[in-house]
Design a binder for this molecule. Sequence first.
Ligand code: ANZ
Ligand code: ZN
Length: 818
Amino acid sequence: MKEYRPQEIEPKWQKVWEEKKVFETPQYSQKPKYYALVMFPYPSGTLHVGHVKNYTIGDIVARYKRMQGYNVLHPFGYDAFGLPAENAAIAHKIHPKKWTMDNINTIRGQIKKMGISYDWNREVITCNEDYYKWTQWIFLKLYEAGLAYKKPGAVNWCPSCQTVLANEQVKDGKCERCGTTVTIKHLEQWYFKITEYAEKLLEGLDKLPGWPEHVKTMQRNWIGKSTGAEVDFPVEGLDKKIRIFTTRPDTIYGVTFMAIAPESPLVLELVTDEKRKEVEEFLAKVALEDRFKRTSLEAKKEGVFLGRYAINPLTGERIPIYVANYILYEYGTGAIMAVPAHDKRDFDFAKAYGLPIKQVIKPKDGEWNIEEAPYEEEGIMVNSGPFDGLESKAGIEAVTKYMEEKGLGKKSVQYKLRDWLISRQRYWGAPIPIIYCDKCGIVPVPEKDLPVKLPENVEFLPTGQSPLTLSEEFKHTTCPKCGGPAHREVETMDTFVDSSWYFLRYVNPKLEDRPFDTNDVNYWLPVDQYIGGVEHAVLHLLYSRFITKVLHDLGYVGFDEPFQNLFTQGMIYKDGWKMSKSKGNVVSPDDMIEKYGADTLRMYILFMAPPEKDAEWSDAGIEGVHRFVKRLWNNYYKMLDIINASDVEEAEFGREEKALRRKLHAMIKKIKEDIEGGFKFNTAIAGLMEFNNQLSDYLESVENPSKKLLREIAEKISLIISPFAPHMAEEMWHDLGKETLIVEERWPDYDEEALKEDEITIVVQVNGKVRGKVTVPAGFTEEQIKERAVESVKKLIEGKQLVNTFYVPGKLVNIVVK
Ligand code: ANZ
Ligand code: ZN
């Protein structure tokens, strides 16, 4: 019998697929389209099995859909700009481009050995000029639309990465990439106005039933929409007003102080002379503190009285004004009306500074001791003059309406989302296509002058400034408007800009005069299935949606959501840790392929856990799957031996054959449902394992196996496993005598008829007299048949004692009663 040698058959079939160009996707086809996309990697080294999981899942989807008659687009590329390349340049004196391209070559080789069905003609590399030219074009389009602008301000600075970070790249006050505590710097930087799309980005989520709920929730929370009111509190004795934002206008009768953010210019405008020194000292102290810690819910509440009072516009009460550390300057209006009875932070502050706590909302039922804890829920308004008795919701409306009528305030919607800071003080990114001219000011680079190329010979030094700053050749240019001397923007774009549109470029990767063709992208997009890590929930996935919506509104694409369905896969751990070079716990796909073959590795990755769950790598686990793969192979070639033996007679289907055929079709049904019902590849493979055992039993126990049945099983098995273990499937199919490639065949459907169990009808006698009939599955045991027979005559024998039952196989049951 033929031995299983993955090291021979895998490269062989990979070559055939390549030569026959089977994975090259026609731009248009009669078949329905299907765009299967995996998040492209950052080429920072070699891939480990965790990365490969992503591509394996994508490949199952792509191959399965292809075998269901779809025109499948399944491309691959590299998110090739970014810091690690530049850090490697500084550390090893190797140019970022060389470092990146070397890594890409390694990764490409690794993936090809996995047998992933990519259309390699569509490979996209974001650091290539023919790509970043169009990233710059997108910048210009946003600039023209007023959606890219430059402003000074406090920005997040990573001292280790030596560059600014977008808010989305700061996790719990730390750099998302390197974990260093983020500090604040004051810089003039470029932003994309993603806030203008806050509402559209929220609304769009409701049209994405194919996204996991938790990812949508993360995006909703990140956008952070709050509805409430802005109210003006006049300052006593000054011709000034403090504007606040509140989500709880129903609590306005409970305001006992006001609080302003330390960064607000209002603080120094309002403070009295007596209090000035104390306040200035407080501001100096806060300025040194970590902004993220300072405003966290748990942080100690601190502040200083400004010596000044405001007037509550509804009650006319005098309200002391404080500067307080827990107020964010960038949110709402940077000032609040404080209601300690109903807000925890205000409560803590009031307790610390001995300020009154006045209850104005009470629970619908029961009492609440407001001195002990704030009551933060909605309830019934009390101590609120004409509004007493209203429920919070109605109260919010009534108070807001009243204020609007009196010109005291107005309804307001606020978002937590901030504009996307896209400048980076680094070399290895797409240069921002902007020129500064002393005469003309900010001048965008004309489209015809794109790309603004990165100069090759620059020095890489960890200075905190872009190396482009030091490149005279790059910096000096002429103004496109007036022709006078001018200089270029020396900062580059966040790499998340590169990855916010790569899925469009795959459609027309070689187009020279446009980033993509509108008709072509309208045909291929939205992406039918996107697969990647959940860590991008509010980064890449939000930015891509934003850029798509902008391109849609500018008329370049006809759809406004890029990804119809999203699947987030779990990670692979080793020895309880995320795989990383520094932990030394990386499992390399190359080693596994050498040892077991790519088909085993693919099967193991899919079998180890539900693909959305994190899973722990186990050497014993892959061993086990490898043994299964070999058993399956052996059964297959045992079947082929029987099928091809001339001295074996064709036998009729007996009971065993019918039962095995039923199991075959039940398995096809199960695997189909597992795949289509949501990526249940692990149970699909378990189903295959179970069937393989049943097949073994049959082959071992039956003397004269049916050739016809074995031929059907062999055919179906190879087709079924083709998306999972494509090389082995191809080899089996070929050895079965087929002249086509299995990848171009249809995935099998199950035979509804075969699923039906055979039935037999049994006569039921009581004390020897015929009393009826029962129909039971042919596979029933004697015990089961007798049980059914007794059940069918239950009424007749009620109250009598059952003495015995006799069974004449396939014919009758006689029940003896007294
Ligand atoms: C009075 C009040 C009474 C409030 C009450 C809450 C409960 P979200 O849901 O996050 O939008 N706030 C407003 N601007 C702030 C800022 N810049 N820094 C810190 N806190 C700020 O929260 C809105 C609420 O957070 C606002 O409603 C305000 O406090 C506070 F029983 O106003 B509230
Ligand atoms: Zn000029």
